[in-house]
Design a protein around this ligand. Sequence first.
Ligand code: HEM
Length: 482
Amino acid sequence: MSVNLNQTNIDLDDPNFRSVFANLQGNILKGHGRDYARHVFFCLGSDEVANRQWIWQMSEKVTSMLEQGQQHQAFKLQGKHDHLFVNLMLSASGYRKLGILREQWPDDPAFLAGMKDLDQRYDTSPRGDHKPTANPLNDDLSQWESDFSQDLDGMLILALSGPLAEAEKALTDLVAEVAQSLDGIGHIAVVQHGHVMRNDKQQVIEHFGFVDGVSNPKFLFSELTEEYRNGGYSNNDPSAPLNLVMVPDPGGDHASFGTYVVYRKLQQNIKGFWQRADMLANTLSENADRKISAEYAGALCVGRFQDGTPISEQSGDGWTNLFNNFNFDDDAEGLKCPLHAHVRKTNPRGDTVRQFNSPPTIERSRRIVRRGISFGETERHPAQEWTEAGLLFLSFQASIVDQFIFMQHTWCNSEKFLHEDVGLDPLVGQLKATEVPKPQSWSKGWGSPTAEQVSFSFSGVVRMKGGEYFFMPSLHFLKNLP
Ligand code: HEM
């Protein structure tokens, strides 16, 4: 029986998907929800048989979608997350070291080239009518941490919840076990430590202090029901077909699917962000009848207040219910939520339909599934700029080129999206090292067509430290390797 990937709103217990979910790695259709993670990047050796055997051995630990669902049920009943969660993914260099047939390799061009190949050209124009672009992400390899400069053949995500000390010890022991099992075959290249940060309402936040993980495509009945309760979806439909994130695994059987993974270690300049927000607030307050706060200026950059409230919906301090049922239909000019705001650049919610007459399905097909986690110090107001703190950005998608690269290149990094003079995404937009960003334009009065617009350059608060593209294969592929 062939599987219809156009479907959405799937019940985890749907008997038609049982073999697919038993074969699909967890975390793809729904986040694993653990608080602590280790990202274990490994290098394989030259013995293809030993490499295959080791991957097969590791596959025993991998959590399937089905198991993740069962663990979640147990968690709801017992109230604790005691299960280890594991994902396993391979880069193109990893596939090359398995000595398997070429037909079994995933074929996304960015995956095959790898993130470090800056000469590779991708077609990232909206209609495929421009010349393919080299280095569309404007990455500068000289800024990368040396650990990411080598070929990383694969990565394991090991994740746990529970009391901090216990979880950290268990994860350290697990990494040591992995290192031991690799002895004589390959080695661990680098381990990144992730941890979930929360605000006083226990909502997940990132280092600048904003609630994160609010808006994500939803595939499962349970998640869509929750989103419906959380504000409905009359103005924004969060549902997504499985083929936004799942692709057939060329190394598996008819029920085998995987996903492409983008990994980017992004360092955040927390002090710098709030200093700039303060300066922007002062600039907006000049000759104005009310004082604009740094909190409001920060919300103009992100498109949401720190508590998650979309700025397009409210001008003052945010309210507390997380709200995703909004679009920009009443704000085509960007007078409430700037056109350059991070959430508007990365999810234009109808802007491209209005501006380019492009079908809504195309805009919606660019969405990515975000599964990142914070790293580093938890100090909310560090005294120094560029402390060891940031986001281990992880996104899952069916196409790296048409989704992540398109989003970062054509939307965040383009000063001309949505139209001329919009400017960069203030959070993650990056130009080539030699280029100087143009200032963005900011309105002094929320929603007012007559309010003065001021120019202010807001960028450079996030730095790319290294990463790679991976494929997360089906369990069928992993378990049939030796
Ligand atoms: C949303 C922060 C990097 C894509 C958000 C939100 C925050 C945030 C606070 C709003 C909450 C939410 O809707 O979940 C950050 C920070 C980053 C970062 C601090 C870097 C350190 C990126 C990158 C991309 C990206 C590199 C992709 C190019 C998105 C998307 C959304 C989002 C797609 C959801 C937009 C929506 O559907 O409304 N981010 N982000 N983010 N971000 Fe980022």
